[in-house]
Unconditional design. Structure first.
Length: 124
């Protein structure tokens, strides 16, 4: 009986130590415009190959929970109007600067409040 109670007590302690271990860590940082130095709102930050991600606040700040099973996460950083980046964090708080990306559209056809036959539109 005494051996059983000792075994039960030891298993309880081992379970408590497993429960207390944190299964994730938190990456924090700020995303700024490289030209102005101001924080960018709405930047998507995602761990490559997973569904885990977050979006920056109005100041450009973010916080992302990363499972401890992912030792070196590859972060994909993207925002409308800015060039995409891939970053592997080294530690500490992250400072990410994005460069504006300009693209032009060659042709745009807008037809609103009506219908148009395709042969009249003459798309080439």
């Amino acid at each position: 009986m005494k051996k059983l109670s000792i075994l039960l007590l030891l298993s309880l302690f081992s379970y408590a130590s497993l429960w207390s271990q944190n299964s994730e860590r938190v990456l924090k940082g700020k995303v700024t415009d490289i030209e102005t130095g101001k924080g960018i709102q709405g930047v998507a930050i995602k761990i490559a190959g997973s569904t885990l991600g977050t979006v920056t606040s109005e100041n450009g700040d973010f916080s992302l929970k990363v499972p401890t099973s992912v030792s070196k996460p590859n972060l994909e950083v993207s925002a409308v109007g800015f060039a995409k980046q891939s970053i592997i964090p080294a530690g500490g708080e992250l400072r990410i600067s994005l460069k504006k990306e300009t693209q032009s559209l060659e042709e745009v056809v807008v037809v609103g409040y009506g219908t148009q036959k395709k042969k009249i539109l003459q798309v080439q």
